[in-house]
Structures are given as C-alpha cells and as structure tokens.
Write a protein that binds this ligand. Structure first.
Ligand SMILES: C[S@@+](CC[C@H](N)C(=O)[O-])C[C@H]1O[C@@H](n2cnc3c(N)ncnc32)[C@H](O)[C@@H]1O
Length: 204
C-alpha cells in the first residue's frame, strides 16, 4: 500500500543530514536512489534536506532516481506535476513550505518549486526483479517497503543495493527495519541509534 507523507521518519533523514550530506557536498555529481518512493512526498522531502544542508550550488549536482512498482499507475504523473493538497503538507516546517512550494491560485493545492522538481527522476521498477535501476549511487533510501518482503527476499534486495552503491556509499532504512545478520559483512552501521549503514569492502 502506498501510504506516505512529507517529512516522515525524520530521525533517519536527520541522520542523513548529519552524516551523509556533508560527506557528499563537494562531489561534482551526487546520485541517490529512493526505492519504493510512492507518489513523491519522500523524494521531495529528501531533496529539501539536501537543499538545506548542501549549499545552493552543490545542490544542482544532485539527482534522485525515485522508483516504485506503482500498482495504480499514476505515480510518474503525480511526481512530475509536483502538486499536493495543502492538508497533506502540515508536517512541513512553515519556513520550508514557504521556501520550496508555491500555493496555486484559487486552490488549497501547492506545487513543489521547479528547482526541486528538477532533482527527481521517476522510474517504474519492481525491486523483486533484483535488477537495479542503476549503479554508482552514493545513497540508497528504502523505507517502509521491505517489511512487506519475505526475509530471504529482503536479503537479496539488500545485496542488490550493495552492488548498486559506489565504494563507501550509504544505505538507509526505517527505524524498525534491522539489518539481517547475513548482511553484516556487507554494511557497517554508522550510528547506534538509527538504520544508516555504509558499504563495506566485502571480503567473503
Ligand atoms: C508504505 S509505502 C512507503 C513509501 C515511502 N518509502 C515512505 O516511507 O513514505 C510502500 C511503497 O513501496 C512500494 N513497493 C512495494 N513493493 C514494491 C516492489 N516490489 N518494488 C517496488 N516498489 C514496491 C509500494 O508501491 C509503495 O509505494
């Protein structure tokens, strides 16, 4: 089910702001994969976190590949339009709402500003094919998706993420999604209090 909202799971987003973004800010290209992105609040929230913590010029080097298998078949249209009802934006701090959204005339809807929309590319993709949408990612975020998978599927999807990350790349998931034991040779946990991991040089 595609339940999602803006500024969901801020604990892991704050960890990304503290540990990942400063590490990537000097790169000429920053590539992020948001896997299981639903209809856009998550990748747009992530883009706002990068904008706030990366600096105006470095932010233009960011691309977020946002993917979902999109049962209803309308996520691309929603994400590309970037229009969301005002009542779904209440968790966004007011100063960030004013900075990154524009209220539409004669409507309760808001549109995500163009420079943020340009950062997101939607891909129709089923994670269980185990074929990644790309490689060389600096960060992969996959939240509230793998809880629906069988334990063995979860391990195979995480191995796919491992292969899709660049050397030293990061993987983040929701607070309740613990790293399976089989994945410990692949990822090291960055903080005690959250599900943020860094790719290890795997030595089997
Ligand atoms: C509960 S929503 C979470 C959305 C967002 N990640 C968040 O944390 O707010 C789960 C999303 O995972 C997607 N999903 C579930 N199984 C998937 C699969 N095998 N491949 C790609 N997306 C999948 C669903 O379509 C849905 O959009």
């Amino acid at each position: 089910m595609a339940f999602t909202f803006f500024f969901r799971d801020t604990h892991v987003l704050d960890l990304i702001a503290a540990h990942v973004i400063p590490d990537l800010a000097g790169f000429s290209r920053v590539r992020v994969w948001d896997a299981g992105c639903a209809m856009g609040p998550e990748p747009y929230t992530l883009a706002i976190y990068f904008a706030e913590n990366m600096g105006k010029f470095a932010y233009r080097n960011l691309t977020i590949d946002a993917s979902d298998y999109d049962e209803g078949g309308n996520f691309r249209e929603i994400i590309e339009a970037g229009v969301y009802a005002g009542e779904g934006l209440q968790r966004i701090p007011p100063e960030l709402l004013a900075k990154y959204f524009t209220k539409l005339d004669n409507s309760d809807d808001y549109v995500v500003n163009e420079d943020v929309r340009q950062r997101i590319i939607f891909h129709l993709h089923d994670l269980l094919t185990l074929k990644p949408i790309g490689t060389g990612y600096h960060l992969i975020l996959c939240k509230n998706v793998m809880l629906h998978f069988q334990p063995a599927e979860r391990v195979e999807v995480m191995k796919m993420f491992y292969r899709s990350l660049t050397t030293g790349g990061y993987f983040a998931t929701e607070q309740t999604q613990k790293l399976p034991e089989e994945m410990e040779p692949y990822f090291e946990q960055i903080t005690i209090s959250g599900q943020l991991f860094r790719k290890r040089e795997y030595a089997a």
